[in-house]
Design a protein. Structure first.
Length: 140
């Protein structure tokens, strides 16, 4: 029973887009959306109600969808770390641009050099622009 309440709690924490991708009965979906509006005691009671609803269904498809979100979140975090690492290396190391271009050909060299120069001078938004440019050239 507690495990089902924890599963319901994880459902309540999802974004509307993620929630739309989870296979669940309509009554459970309505209950989850209601719980997202509630706070404190009302949310606690709603989670108990959701746990009760979940006893009547097979939680395996819901758990599988949540695992998929967890995995994609971990992959997204790893990708962001890679992008940040490249941005920091491009700003700090002079030979990093050559290495970046060897690994990810097709980037506009002049534009990258300009962004790196601006980021080194700590111009407003240059580091962020460099990050976006790197993100556009590194495949998912």
């Amino acid at each position: 029973m507690h495990a089902l309440q924890e599963l319901a709690k994880r459902l309540v924490e999802l974004t509307p887009h993620q929630l739309s991708q989870v296979p669940m009965p309509e009554t459970l979906a309505i209950g989850v959306k209601d719980a997202q509006r509630f706070n404190r005691e009302a949310r606690r009671r709603q989670l108990q109600y959701l746990g009760k609803l979940m006893r009547k269904i097979d939680p395996a498809p819901i758990e599988a969808a949540l695992m998929k979100f967890d995995q994609s979140s971990a992959e997204n975090t790893a990708r962001m770390h890679l992008l940040e690492k490249w941005r920091d290396r491009l700003i700090a190391e002079s030979d990093a641009l050559t290495e970046f271009l060897n690994q990810y050909p097709g980037a506009d060299v002049q534009h990258l050099r300009s962004l790196i120069r601006q980021a080194k001078a700590e111009k407003a938004g240059a580091s962020r622009a460099l990050f976006r440019t790197i993100r556009d050239h590194i495949p998912d």
